[in-house]
Ligand binder design. Structure first.
Ligand SMILES: *Cc1c(COP(=O)(O)O)cnc(C)c1O
Length: 477
């Protein structure tokens, strides 16, 4: 499999060549030259597979420059009941992504039973093993440098901890994350993990990452890399659980299933789109947003209008608080019939902070008719009401992001079509709002009861780029 750029001006690459990277050389995103597809006979053979077998069947089509035995070993090491053990619903951890049935034709797909209790662990844990494998081949090292306000940073740290050849330098705004999130990250004692609490807000952290990344000499000298949501390996690893969820929700491959996906950067639902393009019988892909509804606006109107950072609202589903959706370019590339010139022109606008409008282009109609997309949004009051409903009607506590999904799913479900809502975090991770909705603390997975009282290891620094570079230089050799 070769990968090209959505902007059409970068040389093609193989999977392992884009594994450690972010953007392609022309600023576009990596896409396979064509999607591998599964026939009806393939699907019939896949129906009985466990998670690891499914992951191999799918990922071996994307990562075909990794020897099959090696890929299989990496997958087998990643997707175990021990890694994804944090189920609090009574589901069987051996399913890796258990399907939890609320009622007939309404399900949650549990994606949040990994180490950091959010769905990002589904792909990130594999990424950690892939990175270590790829670096060992060349003897190279990698310093992952990023900023987080919560889920991505902790997921990256738990994926990379103790990995040979890898260090993680993760910036977070000092005293601005929840106590649980802070404890989750700062309690890691692994010598290759560096938590840096920056006196400032998330944007100050982000600006420092940008400043360091723009210093190309420094970046090359210290082999600085990232693990952001546009990473192709992450997207492709997420394709697997759509297959797993489909097979779990149906009895035969004649049936169709709809998925509702709590969305921010469009990474998760992009994987659903790819699964559908590969032949999985998906009826609708329902994009659920919170008050930061830039995606819902596009799917309703055909206008994509990224917001300024100042316009991004801080909500109680914070991992969906985005101003633009970084993976959305992948879908628009497909929607335009893979017209890289068109994508380059559209993102020329986006990169200047301007909207684009496909409403009367003929393409917009295809978004629903050919690609199955629908959307909806919710707000804090909806989240509370949906969390209470899930508890009262089905005896199931859910987190705020999953509540955004369930709210929209209930509006969009159709009789006779299973609706699967992706559970993107466990309630324990967002306990403040759970207490507000349900009047009690959410259940914590075993072993995490005393997380906040564990010793913490972190540095506090000013938002000072020179000092940051000095810190990396000091610890990266
Ligand atoms: C990251 C995240 C999302 C959004 O996923 P995208 O791939 O960015 O669309 C939703 N819910 C939770 C809990 C997350 O951590």
């Amino acid at each position: 499999m070769h990968y090209l750029s959505t902007r059409g001006q970068a040389p093609q690459k193989r999977f392992t060549e884009i594994l450690l990277g972010g953007l392609m050389e022309d600023g576009g995103l990596a896409m396979p030259v064509q999607y591998p597809t599964f026939s009806r006979a393939d699907l019939d053979a896949m129906r009985g597979m466990d998670y690891r077998q499914l992951a191999f069947a799918i990922l071996s089509r994307f990562a075909d420059d990794i020897p099959a035995d090696d890929l299989k070993a990496l997958i087998d090491r990643t997707y175990t009941a021990d890694v994804y053990r944090n189920t609090v619903s009574g589901s069987d951890a051996r399913d890796i992504t258990p399907l939890y049935t609320l009622e007939s034709d309404l399900h949650l797909l549990e994606l949040s039973n990994g180490p950091t209790l959010a769905f990002k662990d589904m792909a990130m844990q594999l990424l950690g093993n892939l990175f270590e494998y790829a670096l060992a081949k060349t003897g190279a090292e990698l310093n992952i440098f990023g900023a987080t306000s919560g889920d991505t940073g902790s997921s990256a740290e738990y994926a990379m901890r103790g990995k040979r050849g890898i260090r993680v330098f993760m910036l977070s705004p000092h005293q601005k994350m929840s106590r649980f999130q802070t404890a989750q990250m700062f309690s890691l004692q692994d010598p290759n993990i560096f938590n840096i609490a920056v006196r400032g807000v998330f944007d100050d952290c982000q600006d420092m990452v940008k400043a360091v990344s723009n210093d190309l000499d420094f970046k090359a000298r210290y082999r600085i890399g990232t693990v952001n949501s546009i990473n192709w390996a992450r997207v492709s690893a997420q394709v697997v659980y759509y297959f797993k969820g489909y097979f779990a929700a149906t009895k035969s491959n004649d049936e169709q299933v709809s998925f509702t996906v709590p969305s921010g950067n469009f990474g998760n639902v992009c994987a659903g789109h790819i699964a559908r393009m590969m032949g999985l019988p998906i009826r609708h892909l329902v994009v659920a947003t919170n008050e930061n509804d830039v995606l819902d606006e596009f799917f309703r109107t055909g206008v994509y209008r990224p917001r300024a950072t100042a316009e991004t609202l801080h909500t109680t589903s914070p991992s969906m608080d985005i101003s633009k959706a970084s993976n959305f370019e992948r879908f628009i590339y497909d929607l335009t019939g893979r017209d890289a010139d068109r994508v380059r022109a559209l993102w020329g606008e986006v990169d200047r902070g301007r909207p684009f409008d496909l409403s009367d282009s003929g393409l917009f109609g295809k978004v629903a008719s050919d690609y199955g997309f629908q959307s909806g949004s919710s707000n804090h009051a909806h989240r509370l009401a949906t969390m209470r409903l899930a508890q009262a009607r089905w005896g199931r506590a859910i987190d705020t992001h999953t509540a955004d999904g369930l709210k929209v799913a209930l509006e969009r479900r159709e009789a006779g079509v299973p609706m699967v809502v992706l559970e993107t975090a466990l309630p324990a991770k967002f306990s403040e709002t759970v207490v507000e909705a349900l009047g009690r603390e959410p259940v914590r997975p075993a072993g995490m009861e005393n997380l906040e009282s564990l010793p913490q290891r972190f540095e506090v620094m000013d938002a000072d780029v020179a000092a940051m570079k000095a810190f990396i230089a000091q610890h990266a050799d």
